[in-house]
Design a protein around this ligand. Structure first.
Ligand code: DGL
Length: 271
């Protein structure tokens, strides 16, 4: 039975295609794992949605990922991790292991930055939920978390504005905010931000560590599969990429987040 589980796919879901940064990191670190990705493009963006709405979407997406026999469901979206992780975990129960993108980062912060001051940027949902702050406080390691919602960044990146002067101005306007001063490291708490990591590093001129959560999450998932005897020994079958609303523009944007264009299958979960 354990053998069968190992060959089952990893389900990854996000509000849209930004979570492909996480899927890409997972595939790089775990080349033997088959991925079933679901992007809820019909409800994008989650960053401005209510907790109740995100919870309702997440539960329905999990039904699909369970139907696809996923052994692990990874909530790749920070906003959904903040709003729906506890509920989804309870809902899914023993049918699959549920992971989020916040806990791996919290664990990393605890190991690397005790007694230091850390910054967080993310959507309004992620920052205003205070989930990072609560989890950092629970570590009891005297870590101070300073956070700032940066809602323009995800749209900006999706529209292709990165590595240019427009994105440089927006990044500078956000990072120079009073609430983010005096930090030793900055958590990139959103699926889209790995794409502007270099620009953020340039802004800080090496004085602040910039933490790409997708890398940290991929390493965490690898350790989790090993510990739970769930790692696949070879890749069986193709990855699948579903979206709840299909447009050509979403498909073209996969190139930004996945480094190559992927074929998106329309799965009308809400019709
Ligand atoms: N995926 C979202 C996140 O990581 C960003 C995009 C959105 O707001 O839906 O928070």
């Amino acid at each position: 039975m354990v053998q069968d589980k190992k060959t089952q796919p990893i389900g990854i879901f996000d509000s849209g295609i930004g979570g492909l940064t996480v899927a890409k990191a997972i595939i790089n670190v775990l080349p033997n794992e088959r991925i079933v990705y679901f992007g809820d493009t019909a409800h994008l963006p989650y960053g401005d949605k209510s907790t109740a709405a995100i919870q309702a979407y997440a539960v329905k997406i999990c039904d699909l990922l369970i139907k696809q026999q996923c052994k692990v469901i990874l909530i790749a979206c920070n906003s959904a991790s903040a709003a729906a992780y506890e509920l989804v975990k309870e809902y899914v129960g023993s049918k699959a292991k549920v992971l989020n993108v916040i806990d791996p980062t919290i664990q990393y912060i605890g190991q690397t930055y005790p007694s230091q001051t850390i910054g967080l940027i993310g959507t309004k949902q992620t920052v205003n939920s205070n989930v990072y702050k609560k989890k950092v406080d629970d570590l009891e390691l005297d870590i101070q978390l300073k956070s700032h919602a940066t809602p323009l960044l995800a749209d900006m990146i999706e529209e292709g504005f990165f590595n240019d002067s427009i994105s440089e101005s927006v990044i500078e306007a956000y990072l120079s905010n009073d609430s983010l001063q005096g930090i030793e490291a900055l958590i990139l708490g959103c699926t889209h931000y790995p794409l502007i990591k270099k620009q953020i590093e340039q802004y800080y001129e090496g004085k602040v560590d910039v933490l790409d959560a997708s890398q940290i999450v991929a390493e965490y998932v690898k350790a989790f599969l090993d510990e739970n005897n769930l790692a696949s020994e070879r890749l069986l079958g193709d990855h699948k990429f579903y979206v709840s609303d299909f447009t050509r523009s979403f498909e073209e944007s996969t190139r930004i987040f996945f480094k190559r264009q992927v074929y998106l299958e329309h799965y009308p979960l809400w019709e």
